[in-house]
Ligand binder design. Structure first.
Ligand SMILES: Nc1ncnc2c1ncn2[C@@H]1O[C@H](COP(=O)(O)OP(=O)(O)OP(=O)(O)O)[C@@H](O)[C@H]1O
Ligand SMILES: [Mg+2]
Length: 285
């Protein structure tokens, strides 16, 4: 049922084009509880004795793009990985406070990590195509999660996911070759197809375009904008122009502290905090 519904979804135009058409007066930036996909509450994070995130409280709204920016080492990746507990594998890593994902504190003991990572997918800076066929790359999640699909339904799902990222047309029926043979940009889109094949609610992107050539990067960026209609997107980026172009709201971090979080237009055009202003004007970072 769910697959059918998703399969029928068609996109008329990208939101970037929509935004260009008019300038609107921005309301105060606040995220209502019912519109919250992820909520950090007094969240702290430590690697051993070193604290790298300090008392973070913020709400990330559903079905939109939230950018996380700040100088190297300020804790952006740590924050992102806290949303699906990818930091857990690092020895000595420890968190306190809470992160609530669709109503559940994911740092409570009862959480099923496999289920959490199905709900919260992640895309990395380096495309991580698996050394298996393109088809198997996308079918990987549904198979691991033992999704109750017939062979035809699995094929439909794989085709749907590849179509959604623009690879089905590009590759035609040639889904048997290895995913690792694709170009970097195609591999990144393959990773996105693999992520959406298990129907996540949230997709985390850690500098997804910084290893790509400008054309592939642009392609992935457009795709992220399209995906944000149906998924909650959180993206870490070093490219301020990218954040300004695609993010609805932007959070600026410095030394593990959340300094300013607002509509991207406010962050990039009218920052309230002098540190934000200095960073976006390239005076440090
Ligand atoms: N596995 C780890 N063990 C110990 N310290 C770590 C580990 N990973 C990150 N850190 C430290 O935590 C701090 C935050 O790192 P993080 O990778 O979250 O920053 P970042 O903002 O993503 O940086 P960059 O822009 O360079 O990717 C840094 O001081 C870093 O050195
Ligand atoms: Mg990082």
């Amino acid at each position: 049922m769910m697959i059918k519904k998703e399969l029928n979804f068609k996109y008329k135009y990208s939101r970037a084009e929509e935004q260009m058409s008019e300038t609107i007066e921005l309301p105060e930036f606040e995220v209502a509880e019912e519109n919250t996909a992820v909520e950090f509450k007094n969240f702290n994070f430590y690697y051993g004795t070193k604290q790298v995130l300090f008392d973070i409280s913020m709400r990330i709204p559903k079905n939109s793009i939230t950018a996380v920016i700040g100088p190297s080492g300020c804790g952006k990746s740590t924050l992102l990985r806290s949303i699906n507990r990818m930091n857990d594998t690092i020895s000595g890593a420890r968190a306190d406070g809470s992160v609530v994902v669709s109503g559940t504190d994911i740092y409570s003991d009862k959480i099923d990590l496999i289920e959490l990572r199905t709900k919260v997918g992640m895309i990395f800076q380096r495309p991580t195509a698996f050394p298996m066929s393109i088809f198997d790359n996308v079918a990987y999640g549904p198979r691991i999660h033992k999704m109750p699909l017939t062979k035809d339904e699995l094929t439909d799902l794989v085709h749907w996911a590849l179509d959604r990222v623009g690879l089905l047309n590009e590759l035609g029926d040639n889904l048997d070759k290895s995913g690792t043979e694709l170009s970097g940009g195609q591999q990144q889109r393959l990773c996105i197809a693999r992520a959406i094949a298990v129907f996540p609610e949230i997709i985390l992107f850690d500098e997804p375009t910084s290893n790509l050539d400008p054309i592939s990067a642009n392609r992935v960026e457009k795709l992220i904008v399209e995906l944000s209609r149906d998924y909650t997107v959180v993206i870490v980026t070093h490219s301020l122009s990218q954040a300004a172009r695609i993010a609805d709201q932007t959070a600026f971090f410095y030394n593990g502290h959340l300094i300013e979080y607002d509509w991207s237009a406010n962050i990039f055009e009218r920052p309230k905090h002098p540190q934000t202003e200095a960073y976006i004007n390239g005076r440090f970072g």
